[in-house]
Write a protein that binds this ligand. Sequence first.
Ligand SMILES: NC(=O)c1ccc[n+]([C@@H]2O[C@H](COP(=O)([O-])OP(=O)(O)OC[C@H]3O[C@@H](n4cnc5c(N)ncnc54)[C@H](O)[C@@H]3O)[C@@H](O)[C@H]2O)c1
Length: 243
Amino acid sequence: MQLSAVVTGAARGIGRSVVVQLRAAGYRVLALDIAPEVKDLAETDQVVPLVADVTADDTPRATIDRAVAEFGQLDLLVNNAARFLRRPVLDTSDEDFDGLIATNVRPAFRFARAALPRLAETRGCIVNTASISGLIGVPHQVAYAMTKGAIVQLTRQLAVEWAARGVRVNAVAPGAVDTGFMDEARAADPDPAASLAVTLSNHPIGRMSTPDEVARAIVFLAAPESAGITGTILSVDGGYVAR
Ligand SMILES: NC(=O)c1ccc[n+]([C@@H]2O[C@H](COP(=O)([O-])OP(=O)(O)OC[C@H]3O[C@@H](n4cnc5c(N)ncnc54)[C@H](O)[C@@H]3O)[C@@H](O)[C@H]2O)c1
């Protein structure tokens, strides 16, 4: 039986690479994003694109139901959609904070809750995209880092709660990745080049990771051959947290 997956935040960056790599590994994929560009993925056969907002109340349940209707089963959920905010704590408004929780945390919980009974039927798994910002302190990211800390703990919590039912739950924790994600934040810095230099100097490999490198770790954690791995937060950070 062919494996099937739901990937959120699939229009670009890491999520898009995950869809491409899952396809190469033989999965059928429901690829969700708020950005209409996700429809481009339909050119890859056996990818069902879905333009939807993960924060909408009915999106998680409707998406999981749609995947099961399309594929007959669900083997993998990749909770990947998120927004970034670089802002010092005293400049972080209630709206900033609530908005990041609403996008980065609540949907991951609600997607997982909708998917878990289906994943138990297939002994499937969840892979969440966390961040090194959820593991260590990084200046001027308090709201974003708190959301990623929540993703780390969502991962561990569900891993221990659902292991007996055969569902594995893991996460990747990327360092800086060369996607559009932080470009806008960096562009708003007074000196974007200096900001980039600081970012690179924090990564012992001297460069950002690529979306494909992070996607490779997600696909590895998802693979049936990784059946012994659950509750793991796999850093893909060029040595950032090892320093
Ligand atoms: N890029 C980095 O440096 C970096 C570092 C650590 C962790 N991450 C994490 O990796 C994941 C993917 O980030 P990326 O770098 O590929 O970013 P990206 O901005 O390229 O991709 C994120 C995708 O999520 C989608 N999205 C955002 N809000 C959404 C919503 N409400 N509903 C549906 N889709 C929505 C966006 O449209 C976009 O396509 C995120 O969870 C991010 O926190 C990224």
